[in-house]
Design a protein around this ligand. Structure first.
Ligand code: NAD
Ligand code: UDP
Length: 319
């Protein structure tokens, strides 16, 4: 099986490449290194079934593959808002290019969508049938609407051109290999705590998120890609239903480190969703999938990971 992973040098993509190699796949990792790094996949570079291609998905490419995981897109608000037009292009032109490739070589394609398609949700927890509450003109729209168009494209290529498609709506995922400057809440809090800085809570910290450890997510992606069912082309939520406020998350990180952490309250960014929790009944029924790693365990692994890089930075005087 020849498998293309776009965004393969990123946080989730690198874990996915590793898993696919372990399963016996021949993996092509494609990345433009915007938020990805070679270090994430360095250990795979010499593997005979692994190949790295530096390429931007907004440009077409022809490769012979059987499956495509289309993960290419910055995921952190800080990074996807850095160049919002590029974020839209990556989601729209990138997805068209990957769907065109899938159509041409008759590959199955899985699109990484997001819980952000639900926007600031009025329905809670979020079920796949909910259409969402998204601001089309806000600072998050380049990502949210970009992903919504990517879903539309997947469905239209499936209906019009019979492309074998899968759509996964990923909820907040965390773990090893996130960037220190990723900007998302779990990595921010852990890096701040390890540096002895105050934890930056945006708003009053009562907004909620549901955090899935990366190994659980990767298991869900692989299962979805390799499952067949009549309604398999419709979106599937993958996430951990354990829901926490940002204040609770800060406390959990304090418990992991065994000390009380100081908090600094900063303004809430525009359109920041107030609550988010996946309904995962569809994934359970369709894929026999549910998350296994509780937050405390996942945080411990992530703290250990960042502990090494933050200590190394401190030793070299590099931040
Ligand atoms: P990430 O930023 O670590 O990884 C994204 C990867 O895509 C990076 O390696 C980056 O260099 C690459 N990339 C970006 N634009 C590209 C382009 N135009 N061409 C080629 N490569 C490009 O983020 P992640 O958390 O690993 O997210 C992976 C995917 O999962 C994204 O599509 C994201 O939208 C989706 N997702 C992630 C989460 C999460 O919580 N981590 C939640 C929902 C959806
Ligand atoms: N957040 C925070 N402090 C930070 C980074 C994020 O309080 O240093 C908040 C953010 O406002 C949001 C939540 O944490 O309410 C999750 O943010 P993240 O960027 O991780 O994910 P997303 O908002 O895309 O779900």
């Amino acid at each position: 099986m020849r498998i293309l992973v776009t965004g393969g040098a990123g946080f989730i993509g690198s874990h996915l490449c590793e898993r696919l190699i372990a399963d016996g796949g021949e993996v092509i990792c494609l990345d433009n290194f915007f938020t990805g790094r070679k270090a994430n996949i360095e250990h795979l570079l010499t593997h005979p079934r692994f190949e790295l291609v530096r390429h931007d998905v907004t440009e077409p490419i022809l490769l012979e593959v059987d499956q495509i995981y289309n993960l290419a897109c910055p995921a952190s608000p800080v990074h996807y808002q850095y160049n919002p037009i590029k974020t839209v292009k990556t989601n729209v032109m990138g997805t068209i290019n990957m769907l065109g490739l899938a159509k041409r070589v008759k590959a199955r394609i899985l699109q990484a969508s997001t819980s952000e398609v639900y926007g600031d949700p009025i329905q809670h927890p979020q079920v796949e049938s909910y259409w969402g509450n998204v601001n089309p003109i806000g600072l998050r729209s380049c990502y949210d609407e970009g992903k919504r168009v990517a879903e539309t494209l997947m469905m239209d290529y499936h209906r019009q051109s019979s492309v074998d498609t899968r759509i996964v709506r990923i909820f907040n995922t965390y773990g090893t290999r996130m960037l220190e400057n990723d900007g998302r809440v779990v990595s921010n809090f852990i890096v701040q705590a390890l540096r002895g800085e105050k934890l930056t809570i945006y708003g009053d910290g009562t907004q909620t998120r549901s955090f899935c450890y990366v190994s659980d997510l990767v298991e869900g992606l692989v299962r979805l890609m390799n499952t067949e069912a009549d309604d398999i082309h419709l979106p599937v939520n993958i996430g951990n239903p354990g829901e926490f406020t940002m204040k609770e998350l800060a406390e959990k990180i304090g418990e992991t480190l065994g000390r009380k952490l100081e908090i600094e309250y900063l303004p809430l960014p525009q359109d920041d969703p107030k609550q988010r929790q996946p309904n995962i009944e569809r994934a359970k029924k369709l894929l026999g999938w549910e998350p296994k790693v509780p937050l405390a365990e996942g945080l411990k692994k992530t703290v250990e990971y960042f502990g090494k890089s933050v200590n190394a930075d401190a030793a070299s005087g590099n931040r």
